[in-house]
Design a protein around this ligand. Structure first.
Ligand code: K1U
Ligand code: ZN
Length: 163
């Protein structure tokens, strides 16, 4: 397995919108395994393809305490079920190291995704899984945690990262 290098804000490649996965082949499986390996190595709970300069719609995640419940989401999409049900969480980002910011997101979503065999799944996750999947889908859209902050705060983080 390979440890992949993670793009850091403000690298413009983090702003690319990822393409849907169309080939469910051995290369995709290897990428998923390399991404999981990289996420565990960096002590993250999630990682999106965009963060490792792979611009296809793939996310890996493990929110379990024992770090032994890897999840792979291909072509994930969600719909907000209730705009009024919100959850605030102090989020981190492996592409914005050293910053933790409280972000408020919808807590009640319907999620659809595919596995490595191309089989469709759906769920209505709650809690940390809901927060993390929305953070990772943002990455696939070229959107970052810093985009939820004020321009002043975002610029402070950008300048600090460029030092
Ligand atoms: O996508 C990433 O950059 C990974 C990110 C995922 C994430 C963490 C917290 C909330 C939403 C999404 C991380 O794993 S950051 C590092 C981390 O393990 C962590 C940081 C704060 C709270 C919980 C975990
Ligand atoms: Zn992130």
């Amino acid at each position: 397995m390979t440890i992949l290098s993670i793009l850091k804000f403000p690298d413009p490649r983090l702003r690319k919108v990822a393409d849907p996965v169309v080939k469910f082949d051995n290369n995709l499986e290897k990428m998923a395994n390399d991404m999981l390996h990289t996420m565990y190595e960096e002590n993250g709970i999630g990682l999106a393809g965009s963060q490792v300069d792979f611009h296809q719609r793939i996310i890996v995640m493990d929110i379990s305490e024992d770090r032994n419940e890897p999840k792979i989401f291909i072509n994930p999409e969600f719909k907000i079920l209730d705009n009024k049900s919100l959850l605030s969480f102090e989020e981190g980002c492996l592409s914005v190291p050293g910053e933790l910011e409280e972000i408020t997101r919808p807590d009640n979503i319907h999620l659809v995704w595919y596995d490595l065999s191309g089989v469709r799944h759906e769920d209505t996750p709650t809690g940390l899984l809901t927060v993390c999947i929305q953070h990772e889908i943002d990455h696939l859209e070229g959107k970052l945690m810093v985009d939820y902050l004020s321009p002043l705060k975002r610029d402070r983080i950008r300048k600090k990262a460029l030092k």
